[in-house]
Design a protein around this ligand. Structure first.
Ligand SMILES: *Cc1c(COP(=O)(O)O)cnc(C)c1O
Length: 377
């Protein structure tokens, strides 16, 4: 059996090497390292794939979130509601811009931001909501956009984990994750579903004015060379990363399918095991792209299970072990523990299994049987 990895970047690379290597070589030969034609080509191809008017590439997914918030003109003291159960980058940029993060609880089943908790957290100072499509599954965007409309709020989709997912509205129309809100952001960190070979990110919007503002912000606030109209940042996707991403983009749907197939096999193996809750799926199949395959274990010593799997050469992860409202940097006296019942429980119950495009049946069988053996004692 091939050694099991949490994410198998090498296996994936070996299948696209013949396309990726010359694409990287071409950038080196042309020496257009920054903002070269490759960046533009990738931008156009991603706009087409996502069916969105504007993709603005940038240096990473954290910058993408920050720049989206800067582009919307959010001001110090504005309250921004986001999920308590996510990667810290989401809340980090809110705090960094001197906005006020308002963390709220998530759903116990799909782990995404809870709609009632959003409503409860709204005050006259609330300016934006940042849903995160956690582990690759779309949050309840239709409900979130309805709240935003009612209260005149901006919505910023943190789509770092769900690129390629497709959200279905109640009337059956579909839109790609990240393109539903006023603005969306993503990350091309190597282990993300569309990963480059370094850092990368992008911002998405259908709003022409916002796109224009953001294009200036990513480039030192310049709209005309050496004229700095607003305070910006230096956040660029480099041409080598764009070349890698452009070579991988045509495979993205296939990559999503392979992740879903692996998830289906895991689901089937755990189907009859009482102590394991397999990932809850909302909406249609394409709503979830399984950035992570995350189980909840009940009546099982989760940390002992992690050790057991590791001892059997099976990597696994606990995403996330501490709710953000309990992190030193983001703790705040105004938070009430009773408002975080779900995240406080999830951090004890969740475990994420290896998930990538190269998992084979033998590996999945070994992972599931090792896990089930532990549970059955
Ligand atoms: C990875 C990630 C980010 C940050 O992306 P980077 O490219 O690493 O800066 C932001 N939000 C979420 C939910 C993520 O998973």
């Amino acid at each position: 059996m091939k050694k099991i990895q949490m994410v198998d970047l090498k296996g994936q690379y070996s299948q696209i090497k013949d396309v990726v290597n010359p694409a990287i070589q071409e950038v080196i030969e042309t020496t257009s390292f920054i903002n070269g034609p490759k960046v533009h080509e990738f931008q156009k191809n991603l706009e087409e794939y996502l069916n969105v008017k504007h993709v603005i590439p940038c240096a990473n997914g954290t910058d993408a979130l920050q720049i989206a918030m800067m582009g919307l003109g959010l001001k110090p003291g504005d309250e921004v509601i986001t999920a308590d159960f996510t990667f810290a980058a989401t809340v980090e940029v809110i705090a960094l811009l001197n906005l006020t993060p308002v963390l709220v609880d998530v759903n116990p089943d799909d782990f995404n931001i809870n709609i009632d908790a959003i409503k409860k957290a709204i005050t006259p100072k609330t300016k934006a909501i940042v849903p995160v499509h956690l582990f690759g599954q779309c949050a309840d965007m239709e409900a979130i956009m309805d709240i935003a409309k009612a209260y005149n709020l901006f919505v910023i989709e943190d789509n770092a984990q769900a690129i390629g997912a497709t959200y279905t509205y109640k009337d059956g129309t579909k839109a790609k994750a990240g393109t539903i809100a006023h603005v969306g952001s993503t990350s091309f960190f190597p282990s993300k579903n569309l990963g480059c070979y370094g850092d990368g990110g992008a911002i998405f919007t259908n709003d022409d004015d916002l796109a224009h503002t953001i294009r200036g912000i990513v480039n030192h606030g310049m709209y005309e060379r050496y004229h700095h109209d607003v305070v910006g940042v230096n956040s660029r996707l480099d041409s080598i990363q764009a070349a890698v991403l452009d070579a991988k983009l045509p495979h993205l749907d296939d990559y999503c399918d392979r992740r879903r197939e692996a998830a289906n096999k895991y689901d089937a193996a755990f189907n009859n095991i009482d102590n394991i809750v397999t990932p809850f799926r909302t909406g249609s199949d394409d709503n979830h792209v399984f950035h992570q395959y995350t189980l909840k274990v009940k009546g099982v010593d989760r940390d002992a299970l992690v050790k057991h799997l590791n001892a059997h050469d099976i990597p696994c992860g606990v995403y996330y072990p501490i709710p953000l409202h309990k992190q030193k940097a983001y703790a705040d006296a105004r938070y009430n523990e009773t408002d975080f019942k779900v995240t406080n429980q999830l951090v004890k119950d969740v475990i994420s299994l290896p998930m990538h495009t190269e998992l084979d049946d033998e590996q999945i069988e070994y992972i599931t049987s090792t896990l089930i053996n532990f549970i059955n004692g």
